[in-house]
Design a protein. Structure first.
Length: 285
């Protein structure tokens, strides 16, 4: 197994601690095992060659150090890590969004240095979308864990060349849709860099070509799979509810999000994260 070290200068606010706490509470992409040490550790299948890669990310001031191990293209895997942790986004203009919008300023203060962490890949986001259809989150997470345990690569989600061949006993048409997702990934239709390179609306339309992925799922793939920084989720009712609560009844996402450009994804994720945090605190009382 080869080893590779990459270092990235992160432009703009970033806290690995805050981002890690966000990701550890994000069920489908939750980190495996118990937290150990100051770094963030994860395993994933790298896009392109779909080889398993291990990654440990640590922070030193404004720089990220990524230590990777695996048998595939580790340079490409390092780039993928920077994408799913949003380290490749120039965030120097993010504080200005808070100066334009006091609601976002409050969110920035409550979640200092948060960078929206997404799925390891658009492929994994698409697979999660299929698993989560018509199921509760905990049920979908259980199905995902079983796929990893029985068909994954030592903790990593099964690569598309494996998933495409599986005959799974899953509810509804999930097996059919998972095969379609795997085939789309192998054909390059779910390439994260390619989806990031086009307008988010065009990327959503592209993802909807995959059987089983409707508008809501396609948005998830672009927003949380490709981790596009300026995509606006238009089918997320919890975000709409948070807009009404924080900005006032009658205010719409389309209206308030004008002040969020070019970080509309970041603003939306901050608001959703605070809503989930608040909901959890209320449930725990």
């Amino acid at each position: 197994m080869a080893r590779h070290v990459a270092e990235f200068d992160v432009l703009g606010p970033w806290s690995l601690e805050t981002s890690r706490a966000f990701w550890e509470g994000f069920t489908p992409a939750a980190l495996a095992g118990e937290p150990s040490g100051p770094g963030l550790r994860t395993v994933f299948c790298a896009e392109g060659d779909w080889c398993r890669a291990e990654a440990e990310v640590t922070q030193a001031a404004d720089a990220a150090r990524v230590v990777l191990a695996g048998d595939g293209d580790l340079d490409a895997a390092a780039v993928q890590v920077s994408r799913f942790l949003a380290l490749d986004v120039d965030g120097r203009g993010w504080p200005e969004v808070g100066r334009r919008d006091p609601v976002i300023a409050d969110a920035q203060a409550r979640l200092p240095g948060l960078r929206p962490c997404g799925f390891h890949s658009a492929y994994e986001a698409a697979a999660w979308s299929v698993l989560a259809q018509r199921l509760r989150i905990v049920q979908a997470a259980r199905l995902r864990a079983e796929l990893i345990a029985h068909h994954g690569q030592d903790g990593a989600f099964p690569p598309p060349n494996i998933l495409a061949r599986l005959d799974l006993d899953l509810p509804g048409r999930k097996s059919e849709y998972l095969r379609a997702v795997a085939e789309a990934a192998l054909d390059g239709l779910l390439d994260g860099a390619a989806l990031r390179a086009v307008d988010p609306a065009d990327a959503v339309q592209r993802v909807q070509q995959v059987k089983g992925l409707g508008p809501f799922a396609a948005e998830l793939v672009v927003v949380r799979g490709a981790n596009a920084p300026d995509a606006l989720p238009r089918h997320e009712y919890r975000l709409e509810a948070e807009i009404a609560e924080r900005y006032g009844t009658g205010r719409t996402l389309a209206e308030v999000s004008r002040a969020w450009r070019p970080y509309r994804t970041w603003a939306a994720v901050h608001l959703r994260a605070l809503r989930e945090q608040r909901t959890s605190e209320i449930a725990g009382r």
